[in-house]
Design a protein around this ligand. Structure first.
Ligand SMILES: Cc1ncc(COP(=O)(O)O)c(C=O)c1O
Length: 363
């Protein structure tokens, strides 16, 4: 039996041709494709500027430096990939965690409680492609004079109240790591903003802090997106809306078939205001580990995002003093099911039938 993978990055002939064309005809670094990709991405998100970088982590680090968080606190979530919190540290800031609520996103209520005199920015993460409650975060930011940096690394094309994520806060950060809703055929990232100063600062920081070729007026990094990756990204971006529509269709089918099955808790679904793009389809069950073993035996790949919340990671041992009970509970119950644009209806049905069999045998 063919295994059903958890994700399947796309790399078609047009992407390969675009890569080979860029390799043959453009500068390997700072080639034309880089600037075209940035223009097209800015247009897609709806911001004045998009600045490409070499990863989502660098998008976050450079954005947070540009936002001036050095020496200040940044409130973010424990239920995320560790890069969100790492980036704050690398930018010279202090990550402060606030717990999530039942949608697995940063809780606005807990965020308010985490704000101090030293808070400079909020870093909400649109986890699994589901937009955070941005109206609440906008209110909190306005009341406390804070900058919002959106970690949209899992949410390319998601929207909230008619605006794409990455265009709602001051700055948006995207990752093009191969498992994401779109990739560049390797690592890559993008910073989106309407703020010209921020865009210029990120552009300078990614390019060794250059003002001119060998004149540097900032301590920069080598964080550029390679031309060949930008060329692939341009083709992927053209496919993104159709891919996201397919993910949403698959999510709706999962939700229909898994409703009332065992103790499964489904992720929140889209409505008129909050339109997620289901980077992952993560359900929760107290039988998580046994279910994962059972599905694996049936040839169905799953993954745990994330088995440890940020404050439990060895890299942050002893760093955070608070307790984050919802994140800890969700980390023990969450399981991500296969989700990618070319996942067929039949495959979704196979996954759900196997989950049904598991609960019939187990409970
Ligand atoms: C929420 C989140 N933030 C940040 C990152 C970092 O992106 P990258 O792996 O491209 O550095 C990722 C992805 O890996 C992510 O999922």
């Amino acid at each position: 039996m063919e295994r059903i993978p958890i994700c399947k990055p796309a790399m078609d002939e047009e992407m390969i041709a675009a890569a080979s064309d860029a390799l043959r005809n453009e500068a390997l670094v700072n080639g034309e494709s880089v600037f075209k990709f940035e223009e097209e991405f800015a247009q897609f998100i709806g911001t004045k500027y998009a600045v490409s970088v070499s990863s989502g982590t660098d998008a976050l680090i450079l954005s947070l430096i540009a936002a001036g968080v050095k020496g200040s606190e940044v409130v973010t979530t424990p239920f995320t990939f560790i890069a969100s919190a790492n980036a704050v540290l690398h930018a010279g800031g202090r990550p402060v965690l606030a717990d999530i609520w039942e949608d697995c996103n940063l809780s606005p209520f807990e965020t308010r409680r985490a704000i101090t005199e030293s808070t400079k920015a909020l870093l909400p993460v649109h986890i699994f492609g589901r937009p955070c409650e941005m109206d609440d975060f906008k209110d909190i930011a306005e009341e406390n004079n804070l900058i919002i940096v959106e970690d949209a690394c899992q949410a390319h094309g998601a929207s909230y109240g008619g605006k794409k994520v990455g265009a709602i806060g001051e700055i948006g950060c995207f990752s093009f790591y191969p498992t994401k809703n779109m990739t560049v055929g390797g690592d890559g990232g993008m910073v989106t903003t309407d703020n010209e100063d921020i865009a210029m600062t990120v552009r300078k920081l990614r390019d060794c802090g250059r003002r001119e070729r060998y004149l540097h007026d900032a301590h920069g990094f080598t964080s550029r997106l390679n031309t060949v990756n930008a060329a692939i990204g341009r083709v992927q971006l053209k496919r993104l809306d159709a891919w996201n529509a397919s993910r949403i269709r698959n999510a709706q089918l999962y939700a229909r078939l898994l409703k009332d099955m065992g103790d499964i808790v489904l992720p929140p679904m889209n409505d008129d205001k909050v339109k997620g793009v289901f980077h992952l389809f993560a359900v929760r069950t107290s039988y998580r580990n046994d279910l994962q073993t059972y599905l694996n035996e049936k040839g169905i790949a799953t993954a745990i995002h994330y088995p440890l919340p940020v404050h439990k990671q060895p890299a942050f041992d002893g760093y955070f003093e608070g307790v984050y009970p919802v994140s800890e509970r969700v980390s023990q119950q969450t399981i991500s099911l296969p989700m990618f644009p070319s996942l067929s209806e039949e495959e979704v049905r196979t996954v759900c039938e196997s989950i049904g069999d598991f609960f019939r045998k187990t409970t």
